[in-house]
Design a protein around this ligand. Structure first.
Ligand code: SF4
Length: 642
């Protein structure tokens, strides 16, 4: 496993606690080349953990001892390394690679064989933004859009690799936002039948979920049960699209391209495995960097346009009439009674299938580039409230930790308080705050230890006193992401490229530059197979680069406002405004097909808010929600230096 050149894993037999995983390497900045036979050198470690270089000159037998500086392991290294995962998890991750994808494709029998699997690929919008930024930075052409990159990735995957279908995951995210908002409203109304509590914490980031399961199990009741966009995409591809294609779950091989390695762990969770079909919703996850590597290995130049990439999104995406119901002879939205959901119970695909059904592309949800979870809840509350609400924001710690408060201006009542919290450092503050406000003892993970004796009295609702001595309102919702900057800065994204500067021959301000003459080492980190396998020399977390990826993500769309507009619930589709209702209508068709509701509200048709009856609601939970488990082990959290 090689996530980071800076760190090495040595013991994969058990839980890899930081003491085992993080080899703090000694750093020698002024190496003196010596005659190899002239001296022997050993590294000694004393009882305090200090490192010493002990050199013995073989001729004079003189010994010199020099204390060495310890290299610091930063949080960024840890996130890129994922060294605190278990050995079993590390195996699951290494089983998912671009080599694995190639092996599958080369061994997949012909479509005429019964054992053939249809290869399908889904790519996250943050991965498209990373690729677009990389292409734009190495080309003099105008900014490359997500739409263009999607078409080029589709062309590569279908014509070179042989994939049958390539989708982006934004429609899956639309469904996630609907279900996630529904879940929040349930908890807000006091319905905690699934054990969920307020404040609700976002669940789309497996880095955060994995951390909570291992070190803060007391946080699990607060984490939303809604599946992430990757896993809902798995449901869409294998259960819904599979039905339309007349294929069983096991007859589809689903690959996703994601901005981080943690998504590989997520796809490997037991809840997303079908015992019946011996298959997962997502069979293999590769990172953006691995997709780029795959393209380079196959000689595909992503900067070259492909036919049709400038065109509109296919008009068939939102057909004037919805896809036919998948139950022969049934009326629209009225499946036959007693019908079982295909795929969950092993029945055959319906005889009536459609290969023409597509899913909407490149839906853009205003808010954040990590999924707009907080914004979708703010929008839903605003739209459903009988009086206009006022939104105010407060920066707690930079752009990665902001609070959003909805107030009724007539009464001054705070209707909602939420936060966007990115990065492990902020996240640990939120864990402490939520624990304090909810009266929960924060566990003995990293945050628990850091809090130490400063834990306030627990078992008390409410929170700490505000500035003016008022009782401060606790959070109702927090959009939690493990990566600083969010998913555009995921550990699997592309890095800023030295090649980008060199090939452009101009600097950031457009002036021509002699890079070699300016001291830029042309070739370092580029295709040398050693410095960085992806050919990218930049460091993970580069803020300027992350800003560019963020900008590419919102290309053609209004930059997300710092405070989400209250009246805006508009979903943009491929840069062109379309009403949320269209996407909602299509989502309702998915709900209809997968959950087979027997009861429809007032005959007005199905919406995501409809309570569909016990059996259909159970199917909704199976398809769109998941669960978490505290991981028992000797994990002691991330003992890293911030
Ligand atoms: Fe992955 Fe980072 Fe996004 Fe979490 S925040 S889902 S770890 S890219």
């Amino acid at each position: 496993m090689a996530f980071s050149g800076a760190l090495t894993l040595t013991d994969l037999n058990d839980y890899i606690t930081p003491a085992q995983a993080c080899i703090k390497p000694v750093e020698q900045t002024n190496r003196i080349e010596q005659d190899p036979g002239a001296a022997s050198t050993q590294i000694h470690i004393d009882s305090s953990g200090s490192y010493y270089e002990v050199s013995t000159d073989t001729k004079s037998v003189a010994t010199t001892v020099k204390k060495l500086e310890q290299a610091q392991i930063s949080l960024n290294d840890c996130l890129a390394c994922s060294g605190c995962i278990t050995s079993a998890e590390s195996v699951l991750i290494t089983m998912q690679s671009h080599t694995e994808v190639l092996n599958f494709l080369s061994s997949n029998p012909s479509p005429l064989c019964s054992s053939h699997k249809s290869p399908v690929l889904s790519i996250a919008p943050q991965s498209l933004a990373s690729l677009a930024t990389s292409v734009s930075s190495t080309s003099s052409a105008p900014t490359t859009t997500l739409h263009q990159i999607l078409r080029r990735v589709q062309a590569f995957c279908t014509s070179v690799l042989g994939f049958d279908h390539v989708f982006d995951t934004t429609f899956a995210r639309h469904i996630v936002l609907l279900e996630h908002t529904q879940e929040f409203m349930e908890r807000r109304s006091g319905d905690n039948s699934d054990g969920g509590k307020l404040p609700m914490l976002a669940s789309a980031c497996p880095g955060w979920v994995c951390y909570a399961e291992k070190t803060h199990s007391e946080m699990l009741p607060f984490i939303s049960r809604t599946k992430s966009p990757q896993q809902v995409m798995g449901t869409l591809v294998k259960n819904w699209m599979g039905r339309n294609w007349g294929k069983k779950l096991s007859e589809i091989y689903h690959v996703t391209v994601m901005p981080c390695y943690d998504k590989k762990l997520e796809a490997s969770r037991q809840d997303f495995y079908s015992e019946l079909y011996s298959t997962r919703d997502v069979d293999c996850v590769i990172t953006t960097g691995e997709l780029e590597l795959l393209m380079r290995e196959k000689g595909w130049d992503l900067s070259i346009p492909v036919p049709g990439e400038e065109g509109e999104v296919s008009p068939s995406i939102y057909p004037s009439s919805p896809p036919p119901p998948l139950y022969p002879g049934s009326a629209d939205l009225h499946p036959p009674r007693g019908g079982e959901t295909f795929g969950l119970n092993g029945e055959e695909p319906p005889a009536h299938t459609s290969s023409a059904v597509q899913i909407p592309e490149l839906l853009s949800h205003p808010g954040t580039s990590s999924g707009s979870y907080l914004h979708s809840i703010i929008s839903a509350l605003t739209l459903s409230h009988p009086f206009p609400l006022e939104l105010s924001t407060r920066t707690v710690r930079g752009a990665d930790y902001e609070e959003y408060v909805l107030t009724n201006p007539e009464t001054g009542e705070v209707v909602f308080k939420g936060a966007k919290c990115y990065g492990f450092r902020n996240l640990q503050n939120v864990v402490r705050k939520v624990g304090r406000e909810a009266g929960v003892q924060v566990g003995r993970g990293a945050a628990g230890r850091m809090v130490g004796g400063r834990v306030r009295k627990v078992g008390q609702k409410g929170g700490v006193n505000g500035v003016n001595g008022e009782r401060e309102r606790g959070y109702d919702y927090v959009e939690v992401m493990a990566c600083p900057g969010g998913c555009v800065n995921g550990g699997g994204q592309l890095r800023p490229s030295v090649r980008a500067q060199v090939e452009k021959k101009t600097d950031e301000e457009g002036y021509e530059r002699d890079w070699s003459g300016s001291g830029v080492k042309v070739g370092v980190g580029m295709d040398d197979g050693e410095t960085n396998v992806q050919g990218y020399a930049g460091k993970w977390g580069d803020k300027d680069w992350t800003k560019k990826v963020e900008s590419a993500y919102w290309h053609d769309l209004p930059t997300p406002p710092a405070s989400p507009a209250l009246e805006s619930s508009e979903v943009k589709i491929n840069g062109h405004g379309r009403s949320t209702r269209e996407a909602d209508r299509y989502a309702a068709i998915v709900l209809r097909d997968l959950c087979e509701p027997e009861i429809l509200s007032g005959g007005e048709g199905l919406t995501w808010e409809t309570h569909m009856g016990a059996i259909a609601e159970e199917k909704r939970r199976l398809h769109f929600r998941t669960q978490y488990r505290a991981v028992e082990g000797e994990v002691i959290g991330l003992a890293v230096k911030w």
